[in-house]
Design a protein around this ligand. Structure first.
Ligand code: GLV
Ligand code: MN
Ligand code: MN
Length: 347
């Protein structure tokens, strides 16, 4: 086991042949006040497959526990997976270099994290994070495509002032402006079928109960299965922020931290997963993913497939997140069949 310069945990189970290697992975980081399964379940299932497959395979398996998939710390998701695919841009590298150094790693070695050699594909197990499989009474689901997502930082600037002495018409309250815009975000979501838009974090400065907020920074997370619809909504929300700022005498700037297109999974690898699910004795239900995954970063580079495990109550990104043991066992059985099918292909 090793840690690469992006903080990804990596291990290789060597095969007996030279067939292209299979990469299995998911992420190790979590959101704030998270559950115990988002990401790490997929990594642990990769370890379980390492241990369960006793006979030597004709291909090696590389297991990767990706770092910083959620984007909590820097507002930029998928940092570990972007490092291995070579998709980290210079601005992001500058943003994260200090943290990499503080962790005892060397950002100059980021190019060495790149996936090398012939690769058969990438496989990711993950909890569904929604209620569909539970409603259908199915243990697993095969992901067909992952919705596109943008992450932005929005900053409203007005003027700090005394809460007791500044009359309403002389205020330039950044927090009141941000609040009006957040309601516009919610309205845009409700008016745009298929769109989800969330302001999940907001910081007011200077942040005192008796001071009018002089500046506010807010996050925006916006997703849609159609990239055109997502980008159109992002433009409308930028225009709404400008109009609100103008009317209130504020300044506003918006910075896009991440923009990931909707990503289909590989048809061949997904068909192989469908065969594996059937061979394990389960109905091969195909479904889209509204949540983002490292698979959307790997998919443009190597054939990629994803298998969802039923989430109890459809809950995720909260402490109540849970899975049933029998559903995890079903997903592992599908994974073992997947390896067997790949093995027969090379046999
Ligand atoms: C990852 O959990 C995401 O935000 O989609
Ligand atoms: Mn998550
Ligand atoms: Mn996740």
């Amino acid at each position: 086991m090793s840690i690469d310069a992006a903080g990804n945990l990596r291990a290789v189970r060597r095969g007996v042949g030279n067939a292209p290697r299979l990469v299995i992975g998911s992420h190790l980081d979590t959101v704030i006040h998270a559950g115990a399964f988002d990401g790490v379940l997929g990594v642990v299932m990769g370890v379980a497959l390492f241990e369960a497959v006793l006979e030597a395979l004709p291909f090696s398996i590389e297991l990767i526990g990706f770092s910083e998939e959620e984007g909590v710390r820097f507002g930029v998701p998928f940092l570990g997976s972007c490092a291995v695919t070579g998709d980290l841009d210079e601005t992001t590298i500058v943003l994260i270099s200090g943290a990499i150094r503080e962790f005892g790693l060397d950002p100059a070695e980021l190019p060495l994290t790149r996936l090398r050699g012939p690769i058969a594909g990438y496989l990711e197990f993950h909890i569904e994070q929604g209620p569909v499989l539970e409603q259908l009474g199915l243990p697993v689901g095969i992901v067909e495509a992952i919705a596109g997502q943008s992450r932005l930082e929005v900053r409203f600037e007005g003027h700090a002032g005394h809460a007791g002495t500044t009359p309403p018409h002389l205020r330039r309250d950044a927090l009141a402006g941000a609040a009006e815009w957040i309601i516009a975000v919610e309205r845009t979501m409700k008016d745009t079928p298929g769109l989800v838009a969330t302001v999940g974090r907001i910081t007011a400065e200077p942040g005192a109960s008796n001071v009018i907020a002089g500046a506010v920074t807010a996050s925006l997370d916006i997703r849609h299965a159609s990239d055109q619809a997502r980008r159109g909504a992002a433009q409308r929300l930028a225009a709404a922020a400008e109009a609100i700022a103008r009317a209130r005498g504020l300044r506003v700037c918006m910075e896009t931290r991440s923009d990931r297109p909707a990503t289909p999974m590989d048809p061949g690898f997904t068909a192989l997963m469908e065969d594996a699910v059937r061979a394990a004795g389960y109905p091969p239900h195909r479904m889209p993913s509204g949540a983002g995954h490292d698979a959307m970063i790997l998919a443009p580079h190597v054939p990629t497939a994803m298998l969802f495990v039923q989430s109890s109550g459809g809950l995720s990104h909260c402490p109540e997140e849970s899975v049933r043991e029998e559903d995890v066992a079903a997903a592992l059985a599908c994974g073992a069949e997947f390896l067997r099918i790949l093995e027969r292909r090379h046999g």
